[in-house]
Design a protein around this ligand. Structure first.
Ligand SMILES: [Fe+2]
Ligand SMILES: [Fe+2]
Length: 285
């Protein structure tokens, strides 16, 4: 089971740009790699900030491009999106109680896709209603390996201007629900526009880098009153994740979409080395 994850596409950031905006070009390139590369996913999670302004037109642009996917696509909302726009562009997504949260079976692995949007706010949110929904979902399947996808990482990364405070209520509320839930094998997020891996309440947590331009890697504190001219956004290439579930273990792979080419290929010249490497694994059928 291969679960692809794209995040933070931000369509509609610069709709006036000719011939088409940078974010749309980066999205096309990422989809092209996903569809033409050697690793055909079984499904795709798009973990929020699909659009930049939440408008219906940008959602429809995204949905139209995603129609090229010959596998299910599971969209989520980020802080730049709107629930109304997502529900209109992706009518297969039902949600519950007005929230864009739902669960998906992925070959014995259960995906729970959360809604951490609070309109008008940059950072995350997780109210009592959403906490109850998640607690009920976890309680209903206590023995099924489960991955949680959520747009906002509930952690302090060190990229100061993007971070929440560690003690925000929504983080405590989410933490209380997932603590001690041993069926949760991983939490995968977006929003940060940079890759990180860490743990949250003992659960492995990763952020997949963005399709849209990245947030600059700068861990110095930010003075919100005094701009210091530092880099904020960069042209580092788009990247996507491919989460591989073999029935026991979830392994997450990441690939840059551009800026590289192959230096070696599997030819007769390298076959002896590969043969030896297989030999080291011990006798095989
Ligand atoms: Fe974003
Ligand atoms: Fe975001």
């Amino acid at each position: 089971m291969l679960i692809a994850q794209l995040t933070d596409i931000h369509i509609g950031f610069d709709p006036e740009e000719e011939p088409e905006e940078l974010n749309l070009r980066r999205f096309r390139a990422t989809l092209a790699r996903l569809l033409a590369g050697p690793n055909r996913p079984d499904m795709l999670v798009v973990s929020g900030d699909i659009t930049d302004n939440g408008d219906v037109e940008s959602f429809e642009d995204a949905a139209a491009l995603l129609e090229a996917c010959p596998f299910p696509v599971w969209p989520m909302v980020g802080n730049h999106d709107s629930r109304e726009g997502l529900f209109r562009a992706f009518p297969n997504v039902r949600g519950e109680g007005g929230f864009v949260h739902y669960a998906v079976d992925a070959g014995g692995l259960r995906l729970i896709l959360l809604d951490t949007l609070e309109p008008g706010r940059h950072g995350g949110a997780f109210c009592g209603a959403r906490a109850k929904w998640l607690a009920d979902e976890l309680a209903a399947h206590p023995d099924t390996p489960t991955v949680i996808f959520m747009h906002h990482p509930p952690v302090v990364s060190g990229i100061d201007w993007m971070d929440p405070a560690a003690d925000e209520d929504w983080i405590a509320r989410f933490g209380a629900v997932v603590s001690g839930q041993d069926q949760i094998v991983a939490i995968h997020c977006g929003h940060l526009h940079r890759p990180i891996s860490t743990t949250f309440r003992g659960i492995p947590l990763s952020v997949t880098s963005s399709v849209a331009p990245l947030v600059a890697m700068d861990l110095r504190p930010v003075d919100m009153h005094h701009p210091d001219g530092r880099d904020l956004i960069t042209t580092e290439p788009p990247r996507y994740a491919l989460h591989r579930w073999d029935g026991e273990t979830l392994i997450s792979h990441y690939e840059d979409v551009s800026g590289w080419h192959a230096l070696a290929h599997y030819t007769d010249k390298l076959q002896p080395m590969i043969h030896d490497m297989f030999g080291e694994r011990g006798p095989r059928d």
